[in-house]
Structure formats: structure tokens, C-alpha cells
Ligand binder design. Structure first.
Ligand SMILES: Cc1ncc(COP(=O)(O)O)c(C=O)c1O
Length: 964
């Protein structure tokens, strides 16, 4: 290889862990002669891709940064006053550097292992407290995907709460005409499949009766007007319904809270709390509600509990509500949400405190009224005299004003030919107002205005001014200096195990390297500062990246078109199922609503199917984990007439490439159904096979798994869908602007996300991943993912039962270790092993999915042999610890597994009355002494927290250590 070619492919060796020597040794342990032989023995020949992927050649990291810089300059950073739910904001540098750009925060996984997640759990509790305080409602969750989907979740929650049985007595849901168009758009998409009847109108004249389950209004509304909804809320309550209020956290620092107005649910976006626009995301949506709804809330709720020592400890609460337990009975399919962005927003509130937030809001309100009054002086009327940051100006013809604005590189919101919206944000300066007002000038009189030092917002009605306190907890009041904030962020980070500590081998979650070069461009202003509804001629850089990435994903999946709109895997499932539904309907097959789902499927699959209005029929699995083809045949035949399709995961969630997959997809097609492939395991396919080759019609890709987007502690993510040609016309559209799906422009109102390209800015990560690895590199990554998994399997197979391998005894990119036998032999449960791994410095693999009492290990290609060996050594050492219990050498109750994890406090306490030593507890292997990670709490008590739900910051005394 020439020196220059070598340089171009250097990223491959940074991304993939094992080098040549490692590879040789690992192949030997597995017992195969070459990587090629391993792949041949693992991936069925019948589905192998016979050609090289037609992707660009790899480029070096340096070349990539140059390329993506040039591309970014095709995005024009005009001054935005578009608003509509997206506002420019100042990310405090201390948060940018220490959270947004810090792998200690962005590479975290969803906090299932609470003992090593206390930092982000605390920050998410701060987020919930902030939302609960500002909205005046007691229960808040730890983020949703975006404002529009949060509104749809509120609608669905209210609908299901009121209509408890299949007999829907109150199908109507009132939508005030003045909510954001993108929110309406998603409500339309989400209402129809679950039989909600949307009724539009003005809340002022709406006649609400007992056929309504509820209503949604926006505060301040789409036109910026602050309306008093108290009368309307009473009307809905009198009729037995509930009210959801879309709102704005910054406005609520000055306005009476939704809870005080009587609203039952509040939703919105926390984007303007320091999270860059990013052409639509990622941003954290919020959701809060009255106590009645706590068991029906969508998304994660962080709750306070205690640990084994009786100390305060946090964890995810009420998980039995969620799709992974409730499956088709869940009211929402939310899995990945927006944890990282919720943490940023919470830190923004910690950084500014209540007073700082109020001052920002007041500055914005004063600048807005200055603009408003100046424009009125020039003879224009405003739609409302009550406003916070947004005004809507009535004009005869918006065209000349638009031309003037564009000449000054200003974007206003052109709601119609006669209505112009202007939203002021935190970045707007007094100087900016001259240009802004000038757009409405006659070009003769100079713009002049005065802002007095003691000016106050004058357009917030007294009856709606905020009197109640918020953010009174010390956490929002003691971190004022940068040193304090920096140390607080670091203190929390230190409590969490992230990829910068050790491998996180979560089966089905693909915690691979999130390379620094992939991440760096996200903070560049030409990517970060783009408004999702900016005119198309200003977003050429994004368009190029989006079009090229869509093409790559189509090539990789062997499909024909791609939609980058869904902003999580579960949203992708939902969007994919809707394309199937629309396709059947286009052929007059309205009745086709049965979807077959294997028993091993992820909980989001049945939950998404129900949201798409489908009926779930479960297909059995065989002993070896394969789909039971006979059962499938019988069920496909039984439901033939009504068959909509099947949802399969490939390789299956059991970690094997089923040889029968083509037979399965053929059976479904013979009965007129469509095949949906869950792409969570795509890291075992890229370059070797493809959904299009195994007979699927549509799939989603979790870009936050296979394509290197970090998990962010529970989000962000992106779940684009790719489809075959015949499904292309049914891909998601968007009301606000044309979206393109592989160059096909789509408009219309079947959006699944608030922004046309979902969390667009993080698409850059997947783009960088593909460009730097290139055609060969992405395939090699898959091969090494399979190598690493099989190496670990080979090292562990004599100590543990490995479930479900193929007829050659190989696994795919992940494998399941059976821990159930130890329950009988030593009273040891999977949870004990998971917690003991923490003492060895590791995050546990996926627990009890898809098989209860097991762990599923997915090492990914990014781990080198030494790290894999440390992990295997830990598991082998744990096996010896179990053996000691089995053989009576260790006590069944008092042993290192049952007492795990061991905190520093416990290990260094004066008393130590265990039968094993402190060293065995905390430093069980030599490598641990070199890089010890201490859990900050002992084993967390889950039931205590659910029985005593607390999901906001408690008084400071409860942080103190329990009395001995
Ligand atoms: C097999 C499978 N399907 C679907 C999902 C849902 O993806 P997301 O969390 O992005 O919504 C997951 C998530 O872990 C998964 O493992």
C-alpha cells in the first residue's frame, strides 16, 4: 500500500481495536485460520453480499475535517428571528467544554446500572426539578424527543387515561389553531392510527362536551400571544376532559405557570436553555403532569431511592410503565430520548440560577417590546398586544419586507403573505434591533429607539404575571462562579462510568468508539447555528451532507430511499410501520392490520406497532433461538387476509444469523405482507449482507449504535428508515418545508418528528464515520465486531453456558451468557453478577434481554484484545467466586457478589465483618489496582423508590449520610 493510501485508511486502525498480532492470537483462540474463514462460518452464504459497497474511499481524519469545514461554509448563518420553537442561545462555555464536548458525558449509556450512573441521574433529577418548578406540575420526566412528539405523547396519554377500555367513548381531542404547525403536523400523524379524532378551532369559541377526552393549547401561542386559558381549562374539566399546554420554559420565568392555570400536562422544548439549534436537533423536550398521570407518563422518570447502606441513591423509577416491560400494552414506545441535551439544559439552569434566567427573559421581553413598539410606530398592527419574545406583524404584502430582510442577512418568519413573525432570543443585541426594525422602515427616516435602564416588560398581562417562586433548591443557587460550575460538572462526571473508563459491552446497544474527529464539527457555528426552517438556499451544506448520507445508507441497506426524519430507533419503527400501512391503503387493503412479532423482539417493536394502529400477534421461538418457522407459517396463514407484515431483527436479538431468514421473508410476502427489519443489529450486517438482500422492505438504522453517534446517557439518537422503491412515496413528509428523500421532495402532513431531518446535526457523526472508514473500512468494522464477540465467546465458553450459536458454534456480533443455573447452584442471580462487574471496573452487559436471567455481551469492533481480556478475566474470576459458593467455601448470603458493588466508603470503614477480605472486595484482580473505578453508592433498592416516588430534588438534609 502506498504511503498516501495508508494515510487515507489510517482511521480504520484508530476505530478498530485489534491490531494484526491481536487478530492472529484471537483467531487462534477461536480455532479458525483467518478472519475470512470465521465470517464464512458465521454469515450464511445465501445472504452474503457479493459486491463491494459503492461508497467513497476512506479519507484521513485531517482530510475529513477540511472537507466538512468547507461543506459547513455552504450553510449561511443569517440572523434568525424565525422562532417557531427554535431559538438561538448562548451555550455557556463551561457547559460546552465540560458536557457537550466531553466524552465523560456524551459516551454514557442509559442509566440502567444506577450505581455507576449517579452523576447523570442527579443532573436529570435537576432537569425534572427545573421542569416541574417552571411548569408548576409535580411529576416531570427526564426528556422526550422533541416538542411535537411530546405533544403527541400528551394527547395519547390523555386519550388512554380517559378511554380505559376498547370501547372508546371520548374520541375527540381539541387542538387550538394557534399551536406550532409542526406540532399540529405530528398530532395528525399520531392521532389517526389510534382513533383519536382531532377537532381544530379557537379555544375561545370551542364547544367541549363529553365526547372530548381533552385539548391542547399553546402558551404563549404560535403567534406569540399570551392568552389566559383559565376559562377554557375549566370548561374542559367540567366536561370531564384534560388539558395539555405546550409552553416555553424561559417565558415561564415571567408567566403564571401552567399548573397554576389548571393545566393537567405541560410539554415543550428545553432547546433554548443552552442547546445549539443544529438544524433541528438534538434537543430535549420536556413533559410534566399532575400526579394522576404518574403511572402513564411516557419516557424515563428519575426517582430518589436508597442504597444497601440506607444512603440516598437515584435510579430510573416506575420502569414497569415502559415499553420494555409493557410491550404492546405500553402507551408509548419511547426508549432512547435526549438525556445529554436534558443534562445541558439542566446545567444551564444551574449556571444561571433563577435570577439569571429571569434576567435573560426580561432582556428578551424588553427587546421584543422595543421592536414591537417601533414597528407599530411605523403604522403596522400587531396580532396581539400581550407577548413575551414573539410578535406577529400584520402587513399588506410581506414580499418587500422579506427582500429588505434578506439583503441584511436576516430571517423573519413569513407565516403568510400578510403575517410576519419575529422572535427575539438570548443572542439578540440592542445593535441587532436597528437592522431588524429597518426591515419595516421606509429607508428615509433613520431607526431610533430608547431603552431606559429601568425599563420593564410591559406586555405581559398582570393577571398572568408569575408570582410563585421557582428553582429554589440550593443546586440552582450555589453554583455561580465558573470554578463552582466546572467542579460540579466534574464531580457528577466522576460518579459515572463512561467509555473513557472502560468498555461497555451492551448487547443490542453497540457502544462503539465515538471518535473525536466525528464529534468536533458539531460545535462549529455553521452547523450549530442553523435554524431548521431557514430557507433552503441558506442550508446547502446540510443538504449536501444529508443527501450523501442518505445515499450511503441506501447503498449499505440495499434499499432505494431513505428518510432521515425519525430521531430514535423506536420512532423509525413507527415511521416504517406507517409506510407499510400507507402502502396497503394505497392498494385498497385498509383491513391489513396484523403484524407478526417474534417473542424475542425488543419491547419497542410491539409498542410501535400498537401506536401505528396494528394488532400484534406473537411468533414463537425454537430452543435454538431461531424463529419457529412452523408457527410463523401457521400464523401467516391464519391471518393471511389481514396480514400487514412482520417485524424481525437481524441477526436476531439472540445473536445469530438465522439461515431461515429468507424463507421467513418469503412466507410473509406470499401472504401479501411487508417485512420490517429492526436495524439495531446492523453492526453485524454492514458490507457482509443487507436488509434488502434478506428480503426486507423497510428497516430502521440506529445511527447511535452502528454509525457511531454516542448514546449520551440515554439519547440523543437517530433512527432513519430506508425502504424499497414501492414504499418510497409513503416516507414522512413535513409541513414546514419540503424534505427530500433521496432527491425526492416530499411535503404533506405525515411528519413523525418536529424537524424535517430530526436531530440533523448529529447526522454529521455518521457521515464522518462512513467517510473516514470508507467502503472497505465499514465492512472490516463488521468483521471485527464478529471477531471480538467470537473471541470472548471462545474464552468464556468453558466457564459459562453460551446460549444460541449457529450450527458451527459461532455467534454473530453479540452472544448471551446464561446465568440461570447459578440461581439453583449458589443462589446467585444475574443482577449479582452485573453488580459485581462494577467492582472489576466494568459496566454490566445487557441484562435479561431477550432472555431473563442472562447477560448479552456485545464488545464491538472498537475494543482491543487487552480490554477484551480484562473483561473476560473479570467474568472468569466471578465464575470462580460463584464456584466458591457452590462448593461451600463462601457463604451464600455474605459473599462478594451479593454485597456488590463495594463503595470506597464501605471498604475503608473501620468495621469490616465479611468473610472475604477488603482486597477481594475492591481489588479482585491486579489490573483493577491500576485504574480503580469506585461506585458512588452501594446496590440501589429499586422497590423502595417506586413505593415512595420522589422525582424532583428533595430538601438538602436527605443528601446526608444515613445514621449508622
Ligand atoms: C433491538 C432493538 N430495537 C429497537 C430499539 C429501540 O431503539 P431506540 O432506543 O433508538 O428507540 C433498541 C434499543 O436498544 C433495540 O435494542
Amino acid at each position: 500500500m502506498s504511503l498516501f493510501k495508508k494515510q487515507d485508511s489510517e482511521f480504520r486502525h484508530r476505530h478498530i481495536g485489534p491490531g494484526a498480532n491481536d487478530t492472529r492470537a484471537m483467531l487462534q483462540t477461536i480455532g479458525v485460520g483467518s478472519l475470512e474463514e470465521l465470517i464464512n462460518k458465521t454469515v450464511p452464504a445465501s445472504i452474503r453480499m457479493q459486491h463491494a459497497l459503492n461508497l467513497p474511499e476512506a479519507i484521513s481524519e485531517n482530510e475529513y475535517l477540511k472537507l466538512v469545514k468547507e461543506m459547513s461554509l455552504k450553510n449561511k448563518t443569517y440572523k434568525n428571528y424565525i422562532g417557531q420553537g427554535y431559538y438561538d442561545t448562548i451555550t455557556p462555555s463551561v457547559i460546552l467544554r465540560n458536557v457537550f464536548e466531553n466524552p465523560g458525558w456524551y459516551t454514557q449509556y442509559t442509566p440502567y446500572q444506577a450505581e455507576i450512573s449517579q452523576g447523570r441521574l442527579e443532573s436529570l433529577l435537576n432537569f425534572q426539578t427545573m421542569v416541574s418548578d417552571l411548569t408548576g406540575l409535580p411529576i416531570a420526566n427526564a426528556s422526550l424527543l422533541d416538542e411535537a412528539t411530546a405533544a403527541a405523547e400528551a394527547m395519547a396519554m390523555i386519550f388512554h387515561h380517559v378511554n380505559k377500555t376498547d370501547n372508546i367513548e371520548r374520541p375527540k381531542f381539541f387542538v387550538d389553531e394557534d399551536i406550532f404547525p409542526q406540532t399540529k403536523d405530528v398530532l395528525v400523524t399520531r392521532a389517526a392510527p389510534i382513533a383519536v379524532e382531532l377537532v381544530y378551532g379557537s379555544y375561545k369559541t370551542a364547544a367541549i362536551d363529553s365526547s372530548y377526552c381533552g385539548a391542547i393549547v399553546q402558551y404563549p401561542n404560535d403567534k406569540g400571544s399570551i392568552e389566559d386559558y383559565r376559562g377554557f381549562i375549566n370548561k374542559v374539566h367540567d366536561a370531564g376532559g384534560y388539558v395539555a399546554m405546550a409552553t416555553d420554559l424561559l417565558a415561564l420565568t415571567l408567566l403564571t405557570s401552567p399548573g397554576e392555570l389548571g393545566a393537567d400536562v405541560a410539554i415543550g422544548s428545553a432547546q433554548r436553555f443552552g442547546v445549539p439549534l443544529g438544524f433541528g436537533g438534538p434537543h430535549a423536550a420536556f413533559f410534566s403532569a399532575k400526579d394522576d398521570f404518574k403511572r402513564n407518563m411516557p419516557g424515563r422518570i428519575i426517582g430518589v431511592s436508597i442504597d444497601a447502606q440506607g444512603n440516598r441513591a437515584l435510579r430510573m423509577a416506575l420502569q414497569t410503565r415502559e415499553q420494555h416491560i409493557k410491550r404492546e400494552k405500553a402507551t408509548s414506545n419511547i426508549c432512547t430520548a435526549q438525556a445529554l441535551l436534558a443534562n445541558m439544559a439542566a446545567m444551564y439552569a444551574v449556571f444561571h440560577g433563577p435570577q439569571g434566567l429571569k434576567e435573560i427573559a426580561e432582556r428578551i421581553a424588553i427587546l421584543t417590546q422595543t421592536v414591537a413598539e417601533s414597528i407599530e410606530e411605523r403604522g403596522f398592527d400587531l396580532v396581539s398586544d400581550n407577548y413575551f419574545d414573539t410578535i406577529t406583524v400584520e402587513v399588506d404584502d410581506s414580499k418587500p419586507i422579506k427582500e429588505k430582510a434578506e439583503r441584511q442577512q436576516i430571517n423573519l418568519r413569513y407565516t403568510s403573505n400578510t403575517l410576519i413573525g419575529i422572535s427575539i432570543d438570548e443572542t439578540t443585541t440592542i445593535d441587532d434591533l436597528y437592522d431588524l426594525i429597518n426591515c419595516f422602515e421606509n429607508d428615509i427616516d433613520p431607526v431610533a429607539f430608547d431603552i431606559e435602564d429601568d425599563d420593564e416588560p410591559r406586555h405581559i398581562p398582570l393577571s398572568l404575571s408569575r408570582n410563585s417562586a421557582y428553582l429554589t433548591h440550593p443546586v440552582f443557587n450555589i453554583h455561580r462562579s465558573e470554578s463552582q460550575v466546572m467542579r460540579y460538572i466534574k464531580q457528577l462526571e466522576n460518579k459515572d462510568l463512561s467509555l473513557n473508563t472502560s468498555m461497555i459491552s451492551l448487547g443490542s446497544c453497540t457502544m462503539k468508539l465515538n471518535a473525536a474527529t466525528e464529534m468536533i464539527p458539531l460545535s462549529w457555528s455553521h452547523w450549530a447555528k442553523m435554524h431548521p426552517f431557514a430557507p433552503a438556499d441558506q442550508t446547502k451544506g446540510y443538504q449536501q451532507m444529508i443527501n450523501e448520507l442518505s445515499d450511503y445508507l441506501c447503498e449499505i441497506t440495499a434499499f432505494d430511499a431513505c428518510s432521515l426524519q425519525p430521531n430514535s430507533g423506536a420512532q423509525g419503527e413507527y415511521a416504517g410501520l406507517l409506510t407499510i400501512k400507507a402502502y396497503h391503503e394505497s392498494r385498497g387493503d385498509h383491513h391489513r392490520n396484523v403484524v407478526l412479532i417474534p417473542i424475542s423482539a425488543h419491547g419497542t417493536n410491539p409498542a410501535s406497532a400498537v401506536m401505528a394502529g396494528m394488532k400484534v400477534v406473537v411468533v414463537k421461538a425454537l430452543e435454538n433461538g431461531y424463529i419457529d418457522v412452523e408457527d410463523l407459517k401457521a400464523k401467516a396463514a391464519q391471518y393471511s387476509k389481514d396480514l400487514s407484515g412482520i417485524m424481525i431483527t437481524y441477526p436476531s436479538t439472540y445473536g445469530v444469523y438465522e439461515e431461515t431468514v429468507k424463507e421467513i421473508t418469503d412466507i410473509i410476502h406470499q401472504h401479501g405482507g411487508q417485512v420490517y427489519m429492526d436495524g439495531a443489529n446492523m453492526n453485524a450486517q454492514v458490507g457482509l449482507t443487507a436488509p434488502g438482500l434478506i428480503g426486507a422492505d423497510v428497516c430502521h438504522l440506529n445511527l447511535h449504535k452502528t454509525f457511531a453517534i454516542p448514546h449520551g446517557g440515554g439519547g440523543p439518537g437517530m433512527g432513519p428508515i430506508c425502504v424499497k422503491e414501492h414504499l418510497k412515496p409513503y416516507l414522512p413528509g413535513h409541513c414546514s418545508l419540503e424534505v427530500t428523500h433521496n432527491r425526492l421532495p416530499v411535503t404533506g402532513n405525515n411528519a413523525v418528528s418536529a424537524a424535517p431531518y430530526g436531530s440533523a446535526s448529529i447526522l454529521l457523526i455518521s457521515y464522518g464515520y462512513t467517510r473516514m472508514l470508507g467502503s472497505e473500512g465499514v465492512k472490516t468494522a463488521t468483521e471485527y465486531a464478529i471477531l471480538n464477540a467470537n473471541y470472548m465467546r471462545a474464552r468464556l465458553k468453558n466457564a459459562y453456558d453460551i446460549l444460541y450459536t449457529n450450527h458451527n458454534g459461532e455467534c454473530a456480533h453479540e452472544f448471551i451468557v446464561d446465568l440461570r443455573p447459578f440461581k439453583r447452584s449458589a443462589e446467585i442471580e444475574a443482577e449479582d453478577v452485573a453488580k459485581r462487574l462494577i467492582d472489576y471496573g466494568f459496566h454490566a452487559p445487557t441484562m435479561s434481554f431477550p432472555v431473563p436471567g442472562t447477560i448479552m455481551i456485545e464488545p464491538t469492533e472498537s475494543e482491543d484484545k487487552a480490554e477484551l481480556d480484562r473483561f473476560c478475566d473479570a467474568l472468569l474470576s466471578i465464575r470462580e467466586e460463584i464456584k466458591a459458593i457452590e462448593e461451600g467455601r463462601a457463604d451464600k448470603k455474605d459473599n462478594p457478589l451479593k454485597n456488590a458493588p463495594h463503595t470506597q466508603h464501605v471498604v475503608t470503614a473501620n468495621e469490616w465483618d465479611h468473610a472475604y477480605s477488603r482486597q477481594e472486595a475492591a481489588f479482585p484482580l491486579y489490573y483493577v489496582t491500576l485504574n480503580k473505578f469506585w461506585p458512588s453508592v452501594a446496590r440501589v433498592n429499586n422497590t423502595h423508590g417506586d413505593r415512595n416516588l420522589i422525582c424532583t430534588c428533595e430538601p438538602i438534609e436527605s443528601y446526608m449520610e444515613a445514621e449508622a
